[in-house]
Design a protein around this ligand. Structure first.
Ligand code: CTP
Ligand code: MG
Length: 236
């Protein structure tokens, strides 16, 4: 399907950057290929999008294209598997160039976040009909300090204004392409996609998600994710 925006049916493409090496996870296998409750992380992540009725196509940026094709190439809506790059931003750009013609809505989602729920996914996609840039985020629970290079606290920003940003991050395709072109021209490397869009002056809105949409970064995150999946399975 697609999204109804301004009287038009706008198709939805999903980009999944899955070309990282999982340095902080350690071990010989990149984390997107590791089993989580018996099933590879990447399979779980892709399925969340294959099953969403609003999604039209899924483009994956991979480190090992052949291994990734063997694992998820047959899954519904997976149209392209492209070679990723050295940085996450390079991988997203490679996939963005392989996305079908515009106008279109593009959702970028980390391969390493297999616990995204259908309600948040559908909610943030629908919200993108009215706003060109939407990011899933949760209010921070810890007090955050800004710390200088000497290890001394510089400031304590008001916690009520701070959100921890996750993925999906959802954009109108023309906005995202413009943001990437500008970042490349300026040599800017961001830690998320929205930071590129902020730089070109397009307002980015937060869409409230769940803290359970973990990014699997360390072995502790894996154990936590297994517990959350067990709970999810019990509720079904
Ligand atoms: N990613 C990517 N291309 C890169 C680096 C990262 O597609 N060059 C992807 C990862 O596969 C992951 C997502 O971006 O799905 C978020 O990155 P991160 O959690 O940092 O994963 P890794 O880079 O693999 O882990 P680490 O930073 O610990 O090496
Ligand atoms: Mg990384």
């Amino acid at each position: 399907m697609s999204i109804q925006a301004g009287g038009l049916q706008v198709p939805v493409s999903v980009i999944i950057p899955a070309a990282g090496s999982g340095r902080r996870m350690g071990g010989g296998t990149a984390k997107q290929f590791l089993p989580l409750r018996g099933e590879p992380v990447l399979v779980r992540t892709v399925r969340r999008f294959s099953e969403c009725p609003l999604v039209d196509e899924i483009v994956i940026a991979a480190g090992d294209v052949e291994a990734t094709r063997a694992l998820v190439g047959h899954m519904p809506k997976v149209t392209r598997i492209v070679q990723g790059g050295a940085e996450r931003q390079d991988s997203v750009w490679a996939a963005l160039q392989a996305v079908h013609s515009r106008p279109r809505i593009v959702a970028v989602h980390d391969a390493a976040r297999p616990l995204l729920t259908a309600d948040v996914l559908e909610g943030v996609l629908q919200a993108a009909a009215d706003h060109p840039a939407q990011v899933v985020a949760v209010p921070v629970q810890d007090t955050i300090k800004q710390v200088g290079p000497d290890g001394v606290v510089v400031a304590t920003p008001d916690r009520s204004t701070l959100w921890a940003v996750q993925t999906p991050q959802v954009f109108w395709a023309d906005v995202l392409v413009r943001a990437f072109r500008q970042a490349i021209a300026d040599g800017f490397l961001g830690t998320d996609d929205a930071s590129l869009v902020e730089r070109i002056g397009v307002p980015v809105r937060v869409y409230r998600g769940h803290p359970g949409n973990l990014k699997l970064t360390t072995p502790t995150d894996f154990r936590l994710a297994e517990l959350l999946l067990e709970e999810e399975a019990r509720q079904c």
